[in-house]
Design a protein around this ligand. Structure first.
Ligand code: WT7
Length: 663
């Protein structure tokens, strides 16, 4: 299971280092490089200092308990996440903006901390009225509107666990996740705007919920209104505005134990169904809070924008909890980066909003940066981006070209870039520069966050010498780690703690250089990173073989200039169901049908870029699919531009050539 990504690490290393400017360093939240030595020598002391910056209803009596591989943090401490994000800011900055939102058509909404507090309390009271209690699960299937964040914060206020499902996921994905966690209520919206089109979320909920026996109520936020027809099921569905119409603006926050669950968020596994990652209250909030403060250098006067959807962990930690726990001003946008407020295609929407709103911190994904590179630098160049002072990247390894473009055309060579490595499971950032003290090199995420112990090991779990590629591990538990997989603790133990006993295995290849900087090299398992989103090859394969025409399937991630990777499916038709060789019309029809089928079953982001109909799949003698060969075929290295692999002899020949290497 060695990392198979061939990245020219040494060329990159030879490149120039970028140092934070003296002005940036002087004003930064961290400007003492000693922080690393101090915290790494005594992480426990550091975790306590971090957690003490939050507001606790009762102090913890013991910092941690490590019962490998199960950890508890801040034992017996009590706190509430929503009151840390809202109530404690009311006295000092109640009238400061908390959320500044822009809809795709250009409509805007601003909520001060006082207003956000009131909306969260009203919705929390509404949820309680529906019978939601501490420990219950609530599915949130919402667009990027402030109400998504309000619903999350309302759950945390009353101690219910939220389970957010990305609005681009299918009815089936929504149903599977909702059933796995046994949610009582689904919170959704009528529809939202994307590239000028309406996406009807409520319709998708209506498809899913009849198959979700635990769901009692569906709350519908009216984002769009009369333009879209929304049918309400009597006794089950209730409009958000009706639910909160006469609720109080105050709602007592539930006193939560530090180890009480806060949320479940599903992420793809390399085998089987998605994993419900469970995060708890005290450790998670400590991580979201302190990493936002130190890595994004956030200050009350900043306008901070993380472009992630709340359906991903990045949206949880860096749109909602981290910045609000810091009392920051958070920008949110509903729609697509290539759509203008006039309702037409417009590739400068992000830069236009940065100029108009004077956004100072931007946190986005390499896939977006690469799309913008492709569109051309004239789009950012036509806007005043001088309000920006810090840039961030997350979701996949950022290639040096994209890093340098971001630095030059967006940061105008003035803004430090924080390339942040972490995962749904880690809860908050694990490896990233601290922008006031760490010099950066394009494509290195640099140093583990103070107190985090990361290493690169070989297949046997032995530490690799500097400069050698290997597998990333985290050698000590940390407060914001996942606690388990919802309903499947054995899978938690197996997936993360069994590859190298006693060490957390994230599934990424890495290299540590002589200066202690980490280079992330991509996944070492069967997970694709499509536009920064985790997609399981296995999950897609099992969906494909459920199609009546398909007997066998193998899915690989093919490199893509913009998305990083795109899924390519190799399929074998069932006897008598497949198109005849040479019947191009039938082949194209099946190709289109399978792409739509996967998109419908798993969500549009999972749509295969290519479907290759083949008579055989190359396997090793032990029966493992030879993914490297399939990758080569998909990239055209072997067969050139081919949509079908009709000739079994060709494949057999290639298989032979590779067999000895792969077995
Ligand atoms: C996987 C986790 C973390 C929030 C978004 C994705 C890859 C993420 C980086 C980065 C290299 C990265 C890893 C990781 N990844 N950020 N800065 N450099 N790789 O969360 O869906 O749980 O995916 O994303 O492969 O394991 P996720």
């Amino acid at each position: 299971m060695a990392p198979d990504t061939e990245r020219p690490v040494s060329n990159v290393q030879a490149q120039q280092k970028f140092h934070p400017s003296p002005e940036f360093s002087r004003a930064a939240n961290v400007n003492d490089p000693e922080i690393y030595a101090r915290c790494n020598a005594n992480p426990d002391k550091f975790w306590e200092e971090c957690a003490l910056q939050l507001e606790w209803m009762k102090p913890w009596i013991q910092l941690s308990e490590w019962n490998p591989p199960h950890a508890k943090w801040f034992l017996d401490g009590k706190l509430n996440v929503s009151s840390n994000c809202l109530d404690r800011h009311l006295a000092g900055r109640g009238d400061q903006r908390a959320i500044i939102w822009e809809g795709e058509p250009g409509d805007q909404k601003t909520l001060t901390y006082r207003e956000l507090h009131a909306e969260v309390c009203r919705f929390a009271n509404g949820l309680r009225r529906l019978g939601v209690q501490k420990g219950d699960r609530v599915t949130i299937y919402m667009p990027m509107t402030p109400e998504g964040a309000i619903a999350m914060l309302a759950c945390s206020r009353i101690g219910a666990l939220h389970m957010v499902v990305f609005g681009g996921f299918s009815a089936e994905a929504l149903q599977e996740r909702t059933n796995d966690c046994g949610a009582k209520v689904v919170v959704t919206a009528d529809a939202y705007w994307r590239r000028g089109n309406l996406v009807g979320l409520k319709q998708i909920v209506d498809e899913a919920v009849p198959h979700c026996p635990t769901v009692e109520k569906v709350v519908v936020f009216q984002r769009v209104g009369a333009t879209v027809k929304t049918s309400m099921v009597e006794g089950r569905d209730i409009w958000w505005h009706d639910l909160i119409a006469d609720t109080s603006l105050e709602c007592d926050p539930e006193e939560m134990d530090a180890e009480d669950p806060l949320f479940i968020l599903y992420t793809s596994g390399s085998t089987g169904k998605p994993k419900g990652i469970l995060h708890t209250t005290g450790g998670y909030l400590t991580g979201a809070y302190i990493t936002t403060k130190l890595i994004f250098d956030i200050k009350p006067e900043d306008l901070y924008w993380c472009t992630a959807d709340i359906g991903w962990v990045t949206g949880h930690s860096y749109v909602v909890y981290g910045p609000l726990a810091n009392g920051a001003q958070v920008f949110m946008y509903e729609g697509s980066p290539d759509w203008s407020t006039e309702g037409k295609p417009g590739r400068d929407r992000f830069w236009d909003m940065i100029e108009r709103h004077k956004i100072s911190i931007l946190y986005t994904a390499p896939t977006l940066i690469r799309a913008c590179m492709k569109w051309g630098e004239e789009y950012p160049a036509s806007h005043d981006l001088s309000s920006l002072r810090l840039l961030g990247s997350v979701g996949e390894p950022i290639n040096p070209e994209a890093w340098l473009w971001y630095h030059k055309h967006i940061g105008h060579e003035r803004c430090p870039i924080v390339d942040t490595w972490w995962q749904t499971e880690t809860g908050s950032i694990m490896i990233s520069p601290l922008p006031g003290i760490v010099s950066t090199t394009p494509a290195s995420a640099t140093k583990p966050f103070p107190g985090i112990k990361a290493e690169v090991v070989n297949e046997k779990g032995e530490r690799q010498p500097a400069g050698q590629k290997g597998i990333l591990v985290i050698t000590q538990p940390w407060p914001w780690m996942l606690r388990t997989i919802w309903g499947d603790d054995a899978r938690y133990v197996k997936t993360y703690w069994s590859r190298f006993p006693g060490m957390y295995f994230p599934g990424d290849g890495a290299m540590e250089d002589e200066d202690g900087n980490f280079w992330l090299l991509g996944r070492v398992d069967d997970i694709m990173l499509v536009a920064g989103h985790n997609i399981s090859t296995m999950e897609m394969e099992s969906v494909l073989i459920e199609h009546p025409a398909i007997a066998e399937a193998a899915v690989i991630g093919k490199p893509d200039d913009v998305k990083g990777q795109v899924p390519v499916a190799f399929v074998i038709a069932r006897e008598g169901h497949g198109p005849k060789p040479g019947d191009h019309d039938a082949i194209h029809k099946l190709d289109a049908e399978l792409k739509d089928y996967v998109a419908k079953r798993l969500g549009v982001i999972c749509r295969p870029a290519d479907v290759i109909l083949t008579a055989d799949l190359p396997k090793t003698r032990s029966g493992k699919i030879m993914r490297r060969l399939l990758r080569d075929i998909a990239e055209g290295h072997i067969l050139g531009d081919t949509t079908t692999l009709a000739d079994p002899d060709v494949l057999a020949g290639i298989k032979e050539k590779y067999a000895s290497e792969e077995d």
